[in-house]
Design a protein around this ligand. Structure first.
Ligand code: AMP
Ligand code: GLY
Length: 428
């Protein structure tokens, strides 16, 4: 079958890289893709906001399956447009993607279906938000309702901070319509876990557990980013915890969506906080995680194309996913200044040398061809990803590969996976 992957990040390069390994895949396209995608697929120009243009493209390329990486086209209804035209697509409808598109909707959904989450209030007016602050404990978390590219969640330690955040979001409109409504919620303590499943709305196939590193600098310092690295190791969540997550959170969510008339198909990402009172759901994403996708697909031994094809056809029952026992680690190399402003066009060297190391794959995010090689073209530039016999070995290998790659301003975290090592040490 011909497959079209929509998006241009490290997640999409990893998806294309894995799909390319399947004997089921004929022509493979990425729209718009990046320089890494171009090594395994044909890249075609596309605007991911233009859902009807994407459907035109799938028709023109005779794609038998389209796999959507980022949330924006899903929230805008790309799955509905494809369904109208009888085209197969992996990803939820606009109604189901509202789980990510609106935090107010997501929190009310969790409450309606008794999914453990932080206590909250949804506020549609600044005056509601200011009065909600009178009855909270500090710190408190304030979230813009709509998509905000990682800029919508704020933690306020005291009333003055919270008032300034509400003013910026609701009165000054700093995030546009995304901040018209806010959620004010209880601050939860604990460790975060990314729990991603593939579902056709009936069968649920959990992916291996992963942990993201959202802050820009080592030891979780600095501003939030899209994710500076992730690792996957079965120790992150043992079998009992995984079962609790499935029965308390994942199954009620998939069943709840069906009961609400919004049946779900595609990847569903549960952003969890592991609290002393058990796992609680912070957020839904209606797609694969980025960078979580990179270490996950490095561990996946099954045919991804088969699993995605069956998901889109509603025939996932009977499919199993096999995972390598080897843990994996992905370190993101970012442009100097990211997640703030940064320069692009910096020549990159050493990718081939890094990729030649045993067990290493270098996934591209913000890269483009340049004279004599490649140049930086985004905030997150590369996701250097490695597998190892244990987490320590995977981390060492990954950083060996990182050291081979250079570009001006390169910055990365030195502690990806360190939390997992601490956990392992505590067990022995
Ligand atoms: P979200 O987009 O809702 O996942 O929030 C982004 C990040 O903010 C999460 O990954 C957490 O690090 C943090 N966060 C969100 N909600 C809470 C909460 N209720 N308590 C503590 N941290 C939170
Ligand atoms: N890595 C977090 C996300 O994909 O939203």
């Amino acid at each position: 079958m011909n497959v079209l992957v929509i998006g241009s990040g490290g997640r999409e390069h990893a998806l294309a890289w894995k799909l390319k390994q399947s004997p089921r895949v004929g022509k493979l396209y990425c729209a718009p893709g990046n320089a890494g995608c171009a090594e395994v697929a044909e890249c075609v120009a596309a605007d991911v906001k233009d859902v009807s243009g994407l459907a035109d493209l799938a028709q023109k390329l005779k794609a038998d399956l389209t796999v959507v990486g980022p949330e924006l086209p899903l929230v805008l209804g790309v799955a509905d447009e494809f369904a109208r035209r009888g085209l197969k697509l992996l990803g939820p409808t606009k109604a189901a993607a509202e789980l990510e598109g609106s935090k107010v909707f997501a929190k009310q959904f969790m409450q309606r279906h008794r999914i453990p989450t932080a206590d909250f209030q949804a506020c549609a007016l600044p005056s509601d938000a200011y009065s909600a602050l009178c009855a909270v404990e500090w710190p408190v978390v304030i979230k813009a309702d709509g998509l905000a590219a990682g800029k919508g969640v704020h933690i306020a330690d005291e009333p003055d901070d919270a008032t300034a955040i509400i003013e910026a979001l609701m009165e000054k409109g700093e995030l546009g319509a995304a901040g018209d409504r806010v959620v004010i919620e209880e601050y939860l303590e604990g460790e975060e876990l990314s729990f991603i499943v593939l579902t056709d709305g009936k069968t649920i196939l959990p992916f291996a557990p992963t942990q993201d590193h959202k802050r820009a600098f080592d030891n979780d310092q600095g501003p939030n980013t899209g994710g500076m690295g992730a690792y996957s190791d079965d120790y992150i969540a043992d079998a009992t915890l995984r079962q609790d997550i499935l029965t308390q959170i994942v199954e009620p969510a998939i069943a709840g969506l069906a009961a609400d008339g919004r049946p779900y198909q595609g990847f569903l990402y549960f952003g969890l906080m592991l609290t002393a009172a058990g796992p609680k759901l912070l957020e839904f994403n209606c797609r694969m995680g980025d960078p979580e996708c990179q270490p996950l697909l490095l561990r996946l031994e099954s045919d991804l194309a088969e699993a995605l094809e069956k998901t889109a056809a509603g025939q996932l029952a009977g499919t199993e996913l096999k995972w390598s026992a080897d843990p994996s680690v992905c370190v993101v190399l970012a442009s100097g200044g990211y997640p703030g402003s940064y320069q692009t066009g910096k020549p990159i060297t050493g990718i081939d040398a890094a990729g030649q190391l045993d067990g290493v794959e270098v996934f591209h995010a913000g890269t483009r061809p340049a004279e004599g090689g490649l140049a930086t073209a985004g905030g997150r530039v590369l996701g250097v990803t490695a597998r190892g016999a244990d987490l320590q070995a995977a981390i060492e290998r990954c950083y060996q590969a990182v050291e081979k790659i250079q570009f001006e301003g390169r910055h990365f975290r030195h502690d990806i996976g360190a939390r997992g090592l601490k956990k392992l040490a505590a067990r022995s």
